[in-house]
Write a protein that binds this ligand. Structure first.
Ligand code: CUA
Length: 324
């Protein structure tokens, strides 16, 4: 896999992002020109006409030509930007033409969850219980495929944004909103919730992983497979502890007695990049810290502090890290 790219709009990796980039630069350039002219005039006038020994500052009110200019020029600029934006919106808002795959996105404080279609081009996303694969924080798509996102919010307004792949779209409680994304090259693209949504807003991160078409089916097979149940005695203890604690009330680990539906599924915890979407990479130390003190790692998270001691937490973390 290529390295994870920093999220930046000027490096488009898909058609929607490419539509946006020229508008971005035109507006940026216009803003720079306005900044230079306005501040240039302020400094020029401030220095040239300042009151100093032998020079009295001139007092005057109103200047018809200037007032006309700074009304007309911004009006023309704003109208031009609007026309440009609406043209692009017509293209970006067409989420249906050429769409091959639809993924349901659920936003809540503070994570995004992705539910795949049960079947896509012969690739199955159906789990053993016939429900469709549903995973938090990471969306996997095939390269060159237009994917329509059908997005809903469970609590407050969020906003979905993958800068390298396309525009932003608010995710609103009560009615679905739609966004189409497409990646032209394989890679991992970072994203971020872009609407302030409470304590954990900054931690509401996501990633889109684009796989070469030839590798997508293989990824899907791994994704729907049950958890590898380790026979390693070193992690068997952690499994036993996990299954005997309150963890199972909220979390699902396929093919075990953990069948909770409240929290994120943990079947593939060990192959996730980050814990609960925050910047902590998945490893035993970070998982231990997360289990012992979730509110410090992700303030406001729904994950409760179960008051487990360090050895118990570490044993559970060791097992979770093996779930791939
Ligand atoms: Cu969700 Cu900010």
């Amino acid at each position: 896999m290529p390295p994870v790219l920093p999220p930046w709009v000027s490096d488009p990796a898909g058609p929607a992002a490419r539509e946006i980039v020229p508008v971005y630069w035109i507006m940026f350039a216009a803003a720079v020109v306005v900044l230079v002219i306005v501040y240039g005039a302020i400094f020029y006038a401030g220095i040239k006409y300042r009151e100093r020994p032998g020079v009295a500052a001139k007092q005057f009110h109103g200047h018809n030509l200037l007032e006309l200019l700074w009304t007309v020029i911004p009006t023309i600029m704003v109208i031009s930007f609007s026309v440009l934006s609406f043209q692009k919106l017509l293209i970006l808002n067409d989420v249906d033409t050429g769409t091959e795959m639809t993924v349901k996105v659920t936003a809540r404080q503070w994570s995004f969850t992705f539910e795949y279609p049960k079947e896509y081009k012969g690739i199955s996303f159906a789990l053993r219980d016939q429900s469709a694969l549903k995973v938090g924080e990471e969306l996997h798509i095939p390269v060159g495929t237009k994917v329509k996102l059908e997005m809903r919010a469970e609590d407050v307004i969020h906003s979905f944004w993958i800068p390298n792949l396309g525009g932003k779209m608010d995710v609103i409680p009560g009615r679905p909103t739609y966004l189409a994304i497409q990646a032209d090259r394989a890679g991992t693209f970072k994203g971020q919730c872009y609407e302030f949504c409470g304590d954990g807003h900054a931690d509401m991160l996501l990633r889109v992983v684009a796989h070469p078409t030839s590798e997508y089916a293989a990824w899907a097979r791994t994704a729907i497979a049950d958890a590898n149940l380790p026979l390693d005695p070193a992690t068997a203890r952690g499994r036993e502890l996990f299954l005997s604690q309150a963890c199972v009330g909220c979390h699902l680990v396929r093919n075990t007695s953990a069948a909770g539906k409240v929290g994120p599924e943990l079947t593939k915890m060990g192959s996730k990049a980050n814990i609960a979407g925050v910047l902590s990479p998945v490893n035993v130390d970070n998982l231990t810290r997360w289990i012992m003190d979730p509110q410090v790692v992700k303030p406001g998270t729904a994950m409760p502090d179960l008051n487990l001691d360090e050895p118990t937490s570490r044993a559970i973390a060791q097992w979770l890290a093996t779930l791939k």
